[in-house]
Ligand binder design. Structure first.
Ligand code: FES
Length: 113
């Protein structure tokens, strides 16, 4: 699935808003997901807390991917947060993201340097 200029297709265009799927890029396990308003995001699949695979244990909530194991949540920029029942948010570990784009063939990521 190698494309031009280091872009690699990691998911089909049919990935629904608010859902996740898994992919691999070289040695990296990735999670590909869409926010509930449909924007694609590609990030490391393994939660930095205790390594849950976010394609299986992750659930999209708005613009964030929530790890259902202990409820750390990640923005599309990879910032890690935890939100308590009262709505207070505390910073947690960040997760790597990859630059991505979308066309009629699907969602693509660019290989890092
Ligand atoms: S393993 Fe993801 S929050 Fe604990």
């Amino acid at each position: 699935m190698d494309g031009d200029h280091g872009w690699v297709r990691v998911a089909g265009a049919s990935l629904s808003a608010g859902t996740t799927t898994e992919a691999t890029l070289d040695d990296h396990d990735l999670v590909v997901w869409r926010t509930t308003d449909g924007r694609p995001c590609v990030m490391e699949a393994r939660c930095p807390h205790q390594w849950s695979h976010l394609a299986g244990e992750g659930a999209v909530e708005g613009d964030e991917l929530v790890c259902l194991t202990h409820f750390w949540r990640f923005t599309t920029e990879g910032e890690g947060w935890k939100e308590n029942i009262g709505g207070r948010r505390d910073r947690k570990g960040d997760i790597r993201t990859w630059p991505c784009r979308e066309d009629a063939d699907g969602i693509w990521v660019r290989r890092g340097d």
